[in-house]
Write a new protein. Structure first.
Length: 313
């Protein structure tokens, strides 16, 4: 009787342990399924976004093919940008295109490799998984070779970016003209020097739009009256933060006449969205005619104010 009772207790204990292991396995399986669904969702989302961008790019290529204007420029990401009208904009577009192509190629290769390995080495009945230590050269090559390729790609991006940075920010070319640009909530003010090229004579010309001649190197001296602003002209590929208390000089040379939008791309307050102005690029002759007309109008306005002001005595 004692043996029978002990045997029943032992059986109940063993049965309870089996139930516990079964429940634990079920919890682990549920957690694994949840993790798998989450990872699969992220993976599918990344592929969906890439596919959508790629489809839009193919649509653009197809449209260019239909209109018989398929060129190399239509195959790169910069084809989606506003038309470049500055002398250094091509270098900036080249850096962006290079980054985009390298990332796109690596994305396809990485995801393709993951898909291939997931199918080729999936779990199969009767096939045990192998423990790979990666302690020999053949196995280490799977890490060393991609790392070397990534390094080469990174150095190529650094080289292209370094050249563009040196052109835009490094050594500024001698200016043909200089203009002071003042940002304040929520407007742009553009101050042109007096006829002698100086800004401290009291005969400066201040406008709400920026007029420049085509084919001339223009230096803009950027300053802020209140908060941080950002001088942004997409067609020039020019974007420069303006910090209160500092004067920051940027430059550009417009290659095509036209009217382009100047925006503040730094959130600067509730009316930030309306902080816009116009950049008017025109021929040197048209620019000189505009400047002469504006100076004449400003001189007449000053003379009228002088006459209208009463004198003492």
């Amino acid at each position: 009787m004692f043996v029978s009772a002990h045997s029943r207790k032992l059986k109940r204990r063993v049965f309870g342990q089996k139930i516990f292991r079964c429940q634990r396995n079920q919890r682990e399986r549920a957690l694994w399924k949840q993790s798998y669904r989450s990872e699969r969702g992220c993976w599918l989302l990344s592929w969906f976004l890439f596919g959508a961008c790629f489809a839009l790019h193919l649509t653009r290529i197809a449209s260019a093919t239909h209109s018989r204007k398929l060129e190399v420029q239509n195959l790169v990401i910069s084809a989606w940008f506003p038309a470049n009208v500055s002398t250094y904009g091509g270098q900036i577009d080249h850096v962006i295109d290079l980054i985009f192509m390298i990332v796109a190629i690596w994305f396809v290769l990485a995801q393709g490799t993951i898909i291939y390995f997931a199918i080729r080495y999936r779990r199969k009945p009767g096939v045990k998984a192998q423990y790979v230590q990666g302690d020999n050269l053949k196995q280490g090559a799977w890490i060393l070779v991609p790392a070397l390729l990534v390094l080469v790609c990174d150095l190529s991006i650094d080289a292209a970016g370094g050249r563009a940075w040196e052109t835009v920010k490094g050594s500024l070319p001698p200016p043909d003209m200089a203009i002071q640009v003042t940002g304040k909530q929520f407007a742009w003010l553009f101050t042109y020097p007096a006829a002698d090229g100086r800004f401290d004579t009291g005969k400066n010309l201040t406008e709400n739009s920026l007029h420049v001649p085509v084919g001339r190197v223009v230096h803009v001296v950027l300053q802020s009256d209140d908060v941080i602003h950002d001088f942004f002209v997409p067609e020039l590929r020019l974007k420069q933060d303006i910090v209160p208390g500092r004067k920051i000089t940027a430059w550009f040379e417009v290659t095509k006449a036209g009217t382009y939008e100047i925006a503040c791309s730094q959130l600067c307050g509730p009316a930030h969205f309306g902080m816009k102005a116009q950049l008017v690029a025109e021929s040197p002759a048209d620019y000189q005619a505009w400047l002469k007309s504006e100076r004449s109008a400003a001189d007449k306005k000053t003379a009228n104010l002088t006459i209208a002001t009463p004198t003492n005595g």
